[in-house]
Design a protein around this ligand. Structure first.
Ligand code: ANZ
Length: 843
């Protein structure tokens, strides 16, 4: 932040320079503090979740860590932010559950194992230990007694158990279809893992393969996943992404009779349309080339042309298929259908812009109102009839807007003159009446494809028997443990490596006792992370995946903190899981996460950190140079938590200096522990009470950076009171410094603990309790300071009449309105006239 001295030097220069600055610590030694307090806390174990019903519960959750290497800057940020909330609730006296564990199955460990010729567990558990050590050093308020790893058999036993309950309810099933296939990772992917046609993990272009795979029936929950969003206090952006992903469309099914000459095809073709009002303009039908329908409808004389087209379609990638600016391709199938309202005979085509797994895989093409259909009609010389009157002056092609219907009447019904909404409803009524169609709602959401052809995951607990079919592994034989495979045996070859472990695969059928085989696929690791927050609640429970009574006490989690990249993956899957468990009578909660905070990214020099750019910043190096507290403080003070943090603009050295200043206060206090504060200096007391009071609201609304700015203000005022005010023996000074220690305990736990000891208290400051605020002291004579950017008023701040220039500047720069107006620009100059005016000249 500018107020701590923004520099434009490279990070390594910055580290060097600021480490030099930090040498004169005036007795403040972060290494000594870290060494001193860690063992004390480990002994006290202050963050073990209490669950005795004496206080209100709050479940604070950070997104699951994946054990790849050591912690990085992103972890540093998310953990620091999350810890402010968790520690705040501890201070407020809530029973907080703040667990930690590892999402430890997954491909990276498997790929590493192939390379190193070892077992994935070796790499996985070594990384976990490294991360666990770093997390402990980072002093987070986790309850370590609940630690779990999804790759432990004791965990995946219950993942498998849950799968079987879903299976029994028909919520897990197997089907053959064209699925997303990553040629690099040699495994299928869920729709959610395909981003713009590429594998979410490795970036390879995804192709299609016909395979028999396991699915969860997420589509059963489409409407409830939408409806229940209004219970969620989540960023609007994430809710919107989920809404779009679920993609509810209201429309109708309409039936088109097929010409009698198509052999073996009698039932009519059903299409899904969101614009039944345009039915009079449906001049041809288009079916997905890779659908059974297309194969059925092709006539012998078009067979060859069709086969050729289908081959080309299969070779094309999803990216190509979905791209809108690509020239339309297609092939006439030789057959015809009848438009139910015009009675006209219309041709049936196959084209790849129609997808086989949406709606019915067939559309009525209305070129007059649909751009893709227009292009297609133009290219292949098919008729175009407008059924909506375009607005005056419209000279485009398809008209997709609202307007009065035209060319839309027959002997029985006329839509002419009606607007789109009325026309829709009139035509659907008529179609329903005639048995030619029906109102319907369609969702873009697909079932969740959960099987993977890879090793390092939970085996699917099903046995395939030639007599009994799919037979669940009996509960008392769970977990189905992974066979011991390592190194080259794990190399991807398109079928699961488990298939090669014949001893493991060949079993007898639990039903008939005859020879049978285990399912050789493993579950998507998103299955593991769809219920881990429930396991945390009773990690040692042996009667089921979680203790229902305890789960009902703690769920839903009050606060979730993590990245936005999970908008339609983990966050959707976990919601589906909780709803399904609720319906099975296993849980009261219907939603997993009430509040969601997405942190921004830590970037460097304006760009995401990456190996190729060489702009990576190592968290461990930062911690070595500046100490845990200064790094955490820098993360929290950088700005609103959802903004990106450009580390090149940060000054951890400045944070360190502030911590020293705060810490020195604790050695200056001259009044005894327990002194009566009410006799203290009124002005300082007011400032203290206001800071504590405001912090509550600032923290609950995620404005942690402002809370820190207020703490800085209090530190400066206290220093002034000691040096040139009522003096170090004034009780108000002790009150202020104790408040500073508690406020800082949320962000800089080592410094705060040391201060607490200097003040004469026993550890731990983490449980000191939130200072009581006296409402009488909140009535303050305050003045309004105007904050301008380039002469324009951006904010008004209520400040104390004797605020210093430096404090006012800090407050002004921390203001949300100012941050927004600056929009990432730095400042060239800041002119401060405390307590009335701040004028900022942007860079
Ligand atoms: C006729 C029509 C006329 C359409 C018009 C649109 C505009 P959403 O909103 O995404 O649900 N459609 C239906 N199934 C399809 C499939 N499998 N592949 C590609 N397109 C498909 O879109 C529904 C609309 O997308 C449907 O309404 C259908 O085209 C097309 F002026 O029918 B419409």
């Amino acid at each position: 932040m500018t107020s701590l001295g923004r520099r434009s030097t490279t990070v390594s220069e910055q580290v060097e320079h600021e480490a030099d600055d930090a040498i004169d610590r005036g007795g403040y030694d972060f290494n000594a503090m870290q060494a001193k307090w860690r063992p004390v806390w480990e002994k006290l174990d202050p963050f073990k979740a209490r669950d005795d019903g004496k206080s209100e519960r709050r479940y604070a959750l950070t997104m699951f860590s994946y054990p790849s290497g050591d912690l990085h800057m992103g972890h540093g940020e998310v953990f620091a932010l999350h810890d402010v909330l968790s520690r705040f609730w501890f201070q407020q006296g809530y029973d907080v559950l703040n667990p930690i564990g590892w999402d430890s199955f997954g491909l990276p460990a498997e790929n590493a194992a192939i390379k190193r010729n070892e077992h994935p567990a070796t790499y996985t558990y070594a990384n976990i230990e490294t991360q666990a050590e770093s997390i402990r050093r980072y002093a987070l308020s986790f309850d370590w007694s609940r630690r779990l790893h999804t790759s432990d058999p004791e965990y995946y036993r219950w993942t498998q158990w849950l799968f079987l309950r879903f299976f029994e309810k028909g919520l897990a099933y197997r089907k053959a279809s064209y699925v997303n296939w990553c040629p690099n990772d040699q495994t299928v992917l869920a729709n959610e893992q395909v981003v713009q046609g590429r594998c979410e993990r490795c970036g390879f272009e995804v192709t299609k393969r016909e395979l028999t795979q396991w699915y969860f029936k997420t589509t059963d929950y489409a409407q409830r996943l939408l409806d229940d969003m209004d219970q969620l206090q989540w960023p609007e952006e994430i809710l919107l992404q989920q809404r779009n992903w679920i993609g509810r469309s209201e429309g109708a099914f309409t039936a088109f009779e097929v010409d009698s000459q198509v052999e073996g095809r009698e039932e009519p073709i059903k299409v899904f349309t969101t614009r039944p009002d345009t039915l009079f303009g449906a001049t041809f039908l288009v079916v997905a080339p890779d659908s059974k329908l297309a194969a059925d409808l092709v006539t012998p004389d078009q067979q060859e042309a069709f086969d050729e087209y289908l081959k080309a379609v299969k070779a094309s990638t999803e990216i190509e298929r979905l791209s809108t600016d690509r020239e339309k391709t297609g092939v006439f199938l030789g057959s015809y259908a009848t438009n139910p309202v015009t009675g006209e005979r219309i041709p049936i085509w196959a084209a790849d812009y129609v997808l086989s797994d949406y709606g019915t895989g067939a559309i009525m093409a209305v070129p007059g109102q649909d751009s893709r259909d227009w292009e297609f009609a133009e290219k292949f010389g098919l008729p175009i009839v407008r059924t909506v009157q375009p607005e005056e002056g419209f000279d485009g092609k398809a008209f997709t807007g609202d307007g009065p219907a035209i060319n839309s009447s027959n002997a029985e019904i006329s839509l002419d003159g009606l607007g789109v909404t009325e026309a829709k409803s009139a035509i659907i009524d008529w179609l329903e009446d005639k048995g030619l169609g029906e109102r319907t709602i369609n969702y873009r959401l697909r079932d969740w494809l959960l099987s993977r052809q890879r090793y390092w995951g939970a085996p699917i607990p099903i046995i395939h028997c030639p007599v009994d079919g799919e037979v669940p592994v009996p509960d008392d034989q769970l977990p189905v443990e992974l066979p011991d495979l390592r190194g080259a045996a794990l190399a991807p070859r398109g079928v699961s490596p488990l298939a090669s472990a014949r001893d493991w695969v060949e079993v007898s059928c639990p039903k008939c006792g005859g020879p049978a085989e285990r399912d050789t696929d493993t579950m998507d690791t998103f299955v593991d992370s769809s219920w881990y927050f429930l396991r945390y609640i009773s990690p040692d429970y042996t009667e089921g995946p979680f203790d229902r009574a305890a789960a009902d006490r703690w769920m839903p989690t009050y606060q979730y903190v993590g990245g936005k990249e999970h908008a339609v993956l983990h966050l959707l899957y976990a919601r589906f899981f909780v709803k399904a468990l609720h319906d099975m009578g296993m849980l009261d909660a219907t939603e997993p996460f009430t509040r969601l905070l997405n942190q921004g990214q830590v970037i460097n020099e304006g760009k995401a950190m990456s190996k190729s750019l060489g702009n990576g910043v190592n968290l461990g190096d930062q911690l070595d140079a500046f100490g845990v507290d200064a790094v955490r403080l820098t993360m929290v003070f950088a700005g609103p938590p959802d903004d990106d943090i450009d580390w090149a603009d940060m000054s951890p050295g400045g944070s360190l200096k502030f911590l020293q200043r705060a810490w020195r206060l604790s050695g200056s206090v001259e009044s005894p522990v327990g002194v009566d504060f009410s006799t203290g200096d009124l002005a300082l007391r007011k400032l203290t009470h206001k800071a504590v009071h405001d912090a509550t609201e600032l923290i609950e609304s995620y404005r942690f950076n402002v809370m820190v700015a207020r703490t800085m203000e209090l530190v400066n005022a206290t220093r002034k009171a000691i040096d040139s005010g009522p003096g170090a023996a004034d009780p108000a000074v002790r009150e202020a410094v104790e408040a500073v220690a508690v406020l800082l305990s949320l962000v800089a736990p080592y410094t705060a603990e040391d201060m607490w000891e200097n003040l004469g208290h026993e550890p731990t400051v983490a449980k000191a309790g939130w200072p009581k605020v006296d409402p009488a002291l909140l009535v303050e004579d305050s003045v309004i300071a105007i904050v301008q950017i380039a002469g324009k008023v951006k904010d008004r701040l209520e400040v104390s009449p004797d605020i210093s220039d430096a404090d006012l500047e800090q407050l002004a720069l921390a203001s949300e309105a100012v941050q927004k107006a600056l929009d990432g620009r730095g400042t060239r100059k800041v002119i401060v006239r405390a307590p009335k005016l701040v004028n900022i000249v942007p860079a």
